[in-house]
Structures are given as structure tokens and as C-alpha cells.
Design a protein around this ligand. Structure first.
Ligand code: 8YV
Length: 312
């Protein structure tokens, strides 16, 4: 009887290794757990979790003998870690292996929003270069001021990249870090006031809900641009949309949304935004590394050895 239940939208490349390594049973989402025969559910000792549907106490109680929920992703806000701990269930995630890709996408959205390559390419493809002339001028980015909201592993990788663009770097985090040359702001509004470009690299979950508040957005001002690669919930999305529509800020680059994959249609009407379908870690190489780290955590749990990247 298989000991591992894989839950989530695993793709063609990800399913075979889960089958080969653990003979895992695959289901599409947590809503399908209840449909598994109770005898089979009792046999599961580990869950390989993928996706952003909530996985809480009710789901855990349907799987009474699991000792591990191995998350495919660095962010584990979908999993109720307190409920897991209360049941003696360990949780793991996939940190570090995705830092480069997520930081790259943050920079790419920043470049797209400022240099308007999408609009410029449309200009070329529509023949306007020839018929009208040069594309309208856009915005210089290098040498400006950037703020990082949340200086964790990904936030640092974004800041390191921005340093190569000669940006003056400011940040807000729970505490000041060893970052010579970068300016710490204890208050998020102060950070927004000090910079033009605000990169959101917070951890998701209830503690950071609407952390980029209406006040933070207003403090950015009319030259301000918000880039978000963390979670949609970290930003007051209604306030962001109001500010984008009124010109209270200049634009945004967003890979994550409240209620994704549904995206508020107000975003689609805006031309001052770069929008991506939550693909920060979405390269073949990085997804393979994330999947392997998830499997290595499961293997360690089933073998009774130390977990590689524990959360609780
Ligand atoms: C997702 C992510 O895990 O790592 C994270 O926190 O948001 C992503 O890498 C990925 O979309 C698979 O669900």
C-alpha cells in the first residue's frame, strides 16, 4: 500500500518521479481527499502538496497517520502550520532553489513596466515605426531608488540584481540587517516615501495581509511603481487599483493576485502594468529542483532521517 499521497496540479514531468520514488497516489486537490477509501487514507504517512488551495485541520484529520506535509514551493501560506504542529505533523518547503528565477522575473517586470518593451514591440509589429515614426519615449530605470519590502532570501537576490543597475537600495524588514550601503526603514510608509520602485518580497499569510496598505501606496507618489512577486494578499489590491487608475502611482508589475488564477478585470484595462500568471519559479530547471527537494524531504521522512528544509 502506498504511503505517499500527492495532492495538486502536478504536470506530466512531475508525476512519474512521484510514482517511481514512492508509488504515490495522485489527486488534483484537497477537495478529493474525502473521496479516497478510509482504509487507504489511513495508510498515508506523507503528503506531497502542490498548489494554493487551503490545506487545514479538516484535511489533515482525514489523513490521521501522516507525519509530513512536503510543500512544493517556498511559500507555505496555504498550509495551516499551527494545525499541523498541533497534530505532530512536520511541514517542509522548497527554499533557495527558486530565488534566482523569482528575482529574475521581478527585474523583468520592472524593466517591462519602465521600458515598455511590450508596447514598443506592438508598435513595431503594427508597422507604426515605419508609418508613424519613433516609438514614444519611456522611463530611465538605472540609477534610481528602489525599496525592498521584506529582505529575506528572495528580497536579497532582487536587491543584489538592482545594485548592478546602480540603484540606491532601501529596505524594510522586521529587523535591520548587515547590508552596508543599503538604507533600513523600520516603517513601511517611510520606505515607500524614500523610493520610486517598491519590490514586494514578503512572506504570505495572515500576518502580511494588506501589508502594502493604502498609506504605503499613497506614499510612493506619482512616480511610484510596485513590483510584487510574493503573494497577492500582501497588497491592498483595491487601493492599488484605485492608485493605478487615478495616476496616484505610475504603475505596477505583478506576478501574483488576490483570488488568482482569477485576476480582477480592472487590471486588464490598464496599460501601465506588467502582468504575469504567477510564473516566478516557472522554469524547467527550477521546477525540477523544487520537485526534487520535495521528494528528498519525503524520502527523509519515510526513512526516519532529518528533514532537509523543515518549516516547523
Ligand atoms: C509555487 C510559489 O509554488 O514557491 C512559491 O511560494 O509561489 C511558487 O513557486 C508554484 O506556483 C507551484 O504551486
Amino acid at each position: 500500500m502506498t504511503a505517499t499521497l500527492a495532492i495538486g496540479p502536478y504536470n506530466e514531468a512531475e508525476r512519474p518521479p512521484l510514482k517511481d520514488s514512492f508509488d504515490a497516489q495522485l489527486i488534483a486537490g484537497p477537495a478529493d481527499i474525502a473521496g479516497i477509501d478510509a482504509g487507504l487514507r489511513d495508510a498515508f504517512r506523507a503528503v506531497a502538496y502542490k498548489g494554493h488551495h487551503p490545506f487545514g485541520a479538516a484535511e489533515m484529520d482525514l489523513l490521521p497517520n501522516i507525519g509530513l506535509i512536503a510543500n512544493y514551493g517556498v511559500g507555505y501560506d496555504a498550509i495551516d502550520v499551527a494545525a499541523a504542529s498541533a497534530r505532530g505533523i512536520r511541514v517542509t518547503n522548497t527554499p533557495d532553489v527558486l530565488n534566482d528565477d523569482v528575482a529574475d522575473l521581478a527585474i523583468a517586470m520592472w524593466l517591462q513596466q519602465g521600458r515598455e518593451m511590450r508596447q514598443a514591440e506592438t508598435w513595431l509589429r503594427d508597422g507604426k515605426w515605419e508609418s508613424v515614426g519613433s516609438v514614444p519615449l519611456n522611463r530611465k530605470l538605472s540609477g534610481g531608488t528602489a525599496g525592498i519590502m521584506g529582505l529575506g532570501r528572495i528580497g536579497r537576490d532582487i536587491a543584489d540584481r538592482l545594485a548592478a543597475f546602480k540603484m540606491d537600495i532601501h529596505y524594510h524588514a522586521r529587523s535591520e540587517k548587515q547590508t552596508p550601503g543599503w538604507t533600513y526603514h523600520a516603517d513601511p510608509v517611510d520606505l515607500a516615501q524614500a523610493v520610486d520602485f517598491l519590490f514586494v518580497a514578503l512572506v504570505g499569510g495572515p500576518e502580511t495581509e494588506n501589508y502594502v496598505s493604502k498609506e504605503v501606496i499613497a506614499a510612493l507618489g506619482p512616480r511610484g511603481v510596485v513590483i510584487n512577486i510574493s503573494r497577492g494578499s500582501c497588497i491592498d489590491e483595491g487601493a492599488l487599483l484605485d492608485a493605478l487608475e487615478s495616476g496616484a502611482i505610475a504603475g505596477a508589475g505583478l506576478d501574483v493576485f488576490v483570488g488568482e488564477p482569477k485576476v480582477d478585470p480592472r487590471f486588464l484595462k490598464l496599460d501601465n502594468v506588467a502582468l504575469q500568471p504567477h510564473q516566478g519559479s516557472g522554469t524547467v530547471e527550477t521546477r525540477a529542483a523544487m520537485a526534487k527537494l520535495q521528494r528528498d524531504n519525503i524520502a527523509a521522512h519515510l526513512a526516519g532521517t532529518a528533514l532537509l528544509t523543515p518549516v516547523n
